[in-house]
Design a protein around this ligand. Structure first.
Ligand code: ATP
Ligand code: MG
Length: 393
């Protein structure tokens, strides 16, 4: 029934001279997503909108879902294309549209028009009032309500004419690739996939690093992280996942340092290693799923101690979120069910009974001096032996 879709975008409209770059990035992402479903689509942009025309049969729900994942799109409307926009044909076609879309006619409506063909014999207000009159005449059960209509019927007159009335909410945010790339520290928990999704939503491509500690963490725990990366790539685009073997480093810290400082020191080494990979791969920042006060390693003092080793900005999009708010997003994006699978987490294997909650930086640095003999070589080894998996939805 529908042959085309009209996509609207909000925020990128304000980008001045750079606007075309954002629009091109947006079209590219729409093409990329649609390329993954059956059918062939033509994506064009025109005056603050994107038109997607289907060139062959396609699945409507798949198309809506695919476009609904493109960051930067604020709404998606299925539209019917009217090849002959000459007035009698236009009214007839809009009437047919209402006929088919709304079998039950007892509703109020209002016609809205946008006209980019300035040579068209009717102005926009004329299209609205004349079309309204035509529809009332053809379907006497309808009524007009210009203030709070049940249905808004949009008519756009361009080279062709278009009619639509349904609006699906888009993913909003900014098109991927318009804001560089960042390195996500991805664990198997609930928070970090959500953090990655949120940063990607601002137009940032995501790569990820996972610290694996075999045999203390199992292959299944690793597979869970791969699965989570796959799930977020449905929004963020392809993700290059670096899997770093952290066992030796973790054991060495465990042997040399006070146990109540273990988590903080481990987190510091994770950040150092993630930053090294991030620098090698043109990332402009690190991303974590931390949130103030959630656990001992996320108090303000602990965050300061973790942050201390980073030169790059560390983005923590969940910093002020409550757990339930994070859970709600993870359910919405479809990562929750995977995140709660009960596999061991390398952070929790050697957790002390009473971890420090107010680490003092000078004390932590002093403890780390006990690692001086071997730690640099271990970090080099961990970097050199990392496994890289390219993940796409
Ligand atoms: P999450 O649900 O994301 O695992 P969490 O509440 O369990 O978070 P922590 O385990 O303290 O919190 O980890 C804080 C952040 O550190 C995580 O959100 C993630 O960004 C990073 N992180 C923790 N463990 C790992 C790991 N094994 N590999 C990669 N990143 C990790
Ligand atoms: Mg965790």
């Amino acid at each position: 029934m529908y042959q085309a879709f009209l996509l609207k975008y909000a925020e990128i409209g304000i980008k001045g001279k750079n606007r075309y770059k954002f629009e091109n990035a947006l079209c590219e992402q729409v093409r990329h997503r649609l390329g993954k479903i059956e059918g062939s689509f033509r994506v064009t942009r025109e005056q603050g909108r994107i038109f997607v025309e289907a060139e062959e049969d396609f699945d409507f729900d798949d198309a809506i879902q695919a476009m609904g994942r493109v960051f930067g799109v604020s709404s998606i409307s299925p539209v019917t294309v009217i090849q002959q926009k000459e007035w009698t044909n236009l009214t007839q076609a809009v009437g047919d549209f209402v006929e088919e879309q709304y079998p039950e006619k007892r509703f109020s409506f209002k016609v809205k028009c946008r006209r980019s063909d300035k040579g068209y014999p009717y102005t926009s207000p004329e299209v609205c009032s004349e079309m309204g009159g035509y529809l009332l005449n053809r379907f006497p059960e309808l009524s007009v309500d210009v203030h709070q209509p049940d249905v808004l019927i949009w008519v756009e007159v361009r080279d062709k004419a278009y009619v639509y009335s349904k609006v699906y909410r888009g993913a909003c945010g900014m098109p991927l690739g318009t804001n560089g790339k960042a390195m996500l520290l991805l664990s198997g928990g609930i928070d970090s996939p959500v953090a990655g999704y949120m940063i990607a939503k601002r137009g940032v491509f995501i790569d990820a690093v996972y610290f694996h500690a075999p045999p203390y963490t199992s292959e299944r725990a690793k597979q869970k992280v791969v699965d989570l990366a796959k799930l977020i790539s449905g929004y963020t685009g392809p993700v290059r996942l670096h899997i770093v073997n952290f066992t030796d480093i973790q054991m060495y810290i465990y042997e040399q340092c006070p146990h109540e400082e273990l988590t903080i020191i481990m987190r510091r080494y994770m950040m150092r290693i993630a930053e090294t990979i991030a620098k090698e791969t043109d990332c402009l920042g690190l991303v974590t799923g931390e949130s103030i006060g959630q656990v001992a390693s996320q108090t303000m003092q602990s965050l300061a101690a973790t942050n201390d080793v980073c030169e790059m900005p560390v983005y923590r999009p969940l910093i002020a979120f409550d757990k339930q708010e994070i859970v709600d997003i993870s359910e919405k994006i479809g990562t929750y069910e995977t995140s709660i699978l009960p596999y061991e987490d390398c952070c929790t294997i050697f957790v002390a009974k009473h971890p420090v909650t107010r680490p003092v930086l000078s004390v932590i640095r002093r403890s780390e001096e006990k690692l001086a003999d071997k730690i640099d070589a271990m970090v080099q080894e961990a970097l050199a032996t990392r496994e890289i998996i390219d993940i796409d939805e």
